[in-house]
Write a protein that binds this ligand. Structure first.
Ligand code: 4UU
Length: 538
């Protein structure tokens, strides 16, 4: 008999498209301020968001954007970001956010997966994306999200909305009908990028069902009271599932987000005090900042009720230090999730019995823990690979049925590649990672991507990349390289070779170590657990 930990019964997710759902939620409280730019103070109300995204969606439909089409977005966090996201979703098309720091190869990789018809770009990403798109045979249109520039003949979102013939009087706005999707449970609404348990980044397809199941679970879990009174400080990037799903949550629940483009210590502290922030979703390195940085003592953090830490393990001593410094009244919650599972599957409650827990299962999710060698399901308190099944399981990886079936087995269980267990009371714990994924600052680094790049270097015979524990960042990538005979490249040169080709979070901060051989099994697979040992022996 399989040993399964069953989550609370899931909610009956309505059979509507996510666009119809967002629209209804936004219509409810038009006057509310949904988003404030932390730096400029610029505000966006539900009415602004609704009006601009409805007009933009009509213009996108005039450009033949509809169901089964995709729009990519490459921008830093901004007030216009979710106007573009909502507009796209209203048309029935799918939105695919990418990291605005991506360099050429990283962008091309994502373009090959999601094949967009339009890309929303920002002031910073326009030039590179314009050049890439010009070199391609497919016809991709760019739209500038930042209002003040109009370079390379690229129209701005501002112009498109303000010059639109689809001008709406409020009556029209409140009678708009987002595109109905015939089978919303099977249609992707968003494509996010994740390397999952192995290989290169892939396009994670999430459906209306996935996103609605998350919404119902989050709005109904025990600690979710007075959601609309929450003032969130968002420093997480919108392109990652964590930031993306939270912003969608804030928008649809009627809460407020103070949004930063990136983590800037002073602005972070100032914003908490100025806007009386109640809730801060963050990653472990920001917890380290809260525990240690002198700036934190200079500001008033009295309004803060909840810190939600996720995306990487939260060291207990860091957690304790933050609690001690900020006081007992702050709830520190550990959130666990994975892009492939609609980003989050559990969040720890207030004052759990054991503070190391990541909480109990959200409604609509079941869990089992399996022995990594035999795949046999293990019972309570036994550590193995965490597998989940239910409403949160992604549709699959875009255009990659093979990778999908390697991740979701025939019985619908999604294998996370994380090691963990559950206790007698149904609380879950993550204790390690089986998969090759490296997490730097909560960001994903796929070793295969850096290994493949190293192998394109003329001097490199073989390469392996792994994550080394790091106090501030969680992990940093280290490369082991076997040189070709007579090769002259130095570790520094190889490091630079990589750092010139990848976005900053993937920099080889742990350096390159030259080795004689990479440990592999008989079929040529890297024995990843041996890599650490190899470096410590040197
Ligand atoms: C130990 O990181 C995420 C999602 C994080 C998230 C989002 C909303 C957490 C809480 C929340 O409320 O997704 P990915 O796909 O980038 O990375 C997934 C991997 C997991 O498989 C695990 O290895 O990131 C690691 N991870 C964690 N590890 C995520 N959360 C945790 C955690 N403890 N709390």
């Amino acid at each position: 008999m399989e040993k399964i930990l069953r989550g609370p019964k899931g909610f009956k997710v309505p059979n509507v498209s996510y666009g119809e759902f967002i629209y209804e939620r936004l219509r409810n409280a038009p006057e509310r301020v949904v988003q404030i730019d932390a730096k400029s103070g610029e505000t966006l109300t539900n009415h602004d968001l609704l009006k601009q995204s409805v007009i933009l969606s009509k213009e996108l439909m005039n450009k033949n954007i509809k169901i089964n089409k995709t729009i990519m977005i490459s921008s830093e966090n901004s007030n216009n970001y979710f106007i573009a996201v909502c507009a796209t979703i209203f048309t029935g098309a799918c939105i695919s956010p990418i990291n605005p720091a991506y360099l050429e190869e990283e962008i091309r990789h994502c373009l090959n997966i999601s094949k967009p018809q339009i890309i929303f770009v920002s002031r910073n990403t326009e030039k590179l994306i314009h050049r890439i798109v010009k070199s391609m045979t497919s016809n991709i249109e760019l739209i500038q999200l930042d209002n003040d520039t109009e370079l390379n003949g690229i129209d701005t979102i501002h112009n498109i909305i303000n010059n639109s013939k689809e001008f709406l009087i409020d009556n029209d706005l409140y009678n708009f009908k987002p595109e109905k999707i015939p089978r919303p449970f099977e249609q992707e609404v968003v494509i996010l990028y994740s390397s999952g348990t192995t290989g290169l980044p892939k396009g994670v397809m999430l459906s209306s069902r996935n996103l609605l199941a998350l919404w119902y679970a989050k709005t109904n879990i025990v600690f979710a009271k007075h959601l609309e009174d929450a003032i969130y400080l968002i420093l997480l990037p919108f392109f990652h599932g964590y930031g993306f799903s939270l912003m969608m949550f804030i928008i649809t629940v009627g809460a407020q987000a103070i949004v930063m483009k990136s983590f800037q210590p002073e602005l972070f502290c100032e914003s908490i005090e100025k806007y009386r922030v109640t809730t801060i979703p963050l990653v472990p390195p920001i917890m380290v900042f809260l525990a240690k940085h002198p700036l934190v003592s200079k500001y008033n953090f009295d309004s803060v009720k909840d810190l939600i830490c996720g995306a990487a393990p939260l060291p207990i001593d860091v957690r304790k230090a933050v609690q001690e410094r900020l006081g007992k009244n702050i709830n520190i919650r550990n959130g666990y999730g994975m892009t492939e599972l609609t980003v989050v599957t559990s969040v720890s409650p207030n004052n759990p019995k054991n503070i190391e827990t990541i909480g109990c299962l959200f409604p609509g999710i079941d869990c089992k823990v399996i022995d990594p060698e035999t795949s046999k399901s293990l019972g309570k308190h036994k550590t193995g690979e965490l597998c989940f099944r239910g409403d949160f399981t992604m549709l699959g990886y875009k255009g990659d049925p093979e990778a999908t079936s390697q991740t979701i087995d025939n019985n619908g269980w999604l294998h996370t590649g994380d090691l963990g267990y559950y206790d007698h009371d149904g609380y879950l714990y993550v204790v390690g990672r089986l998969k090759e994924l490296i997490k730097f600052n909560g960001f994903q680094i796929a070793p295969a991507e850096i290994e493949n790049l190293l192998l394109t270097h003329v001097d490199v015979n073989d390469a392996a990349v792994f994550g080394q524990d790091h106090e501030a960042y969680g992990q940093i990538p280290v490369a082991l390289v076997v040189l070709k005979p007579n090769a002259t490249s130095t570790p520094e040169q190889l490091c630079k070779f990589i750092n010139d080709r990848v976005s900053p979070q993937k920099y080889l901060r742990g350096g390159v170590t030259i080795v004689k051989s990479i440990p592999k099994n008989p079929s040529g697979k890297i024995l990843r657990r041996e890599l650490h040992k190899l470096v410590s022996k040197l």
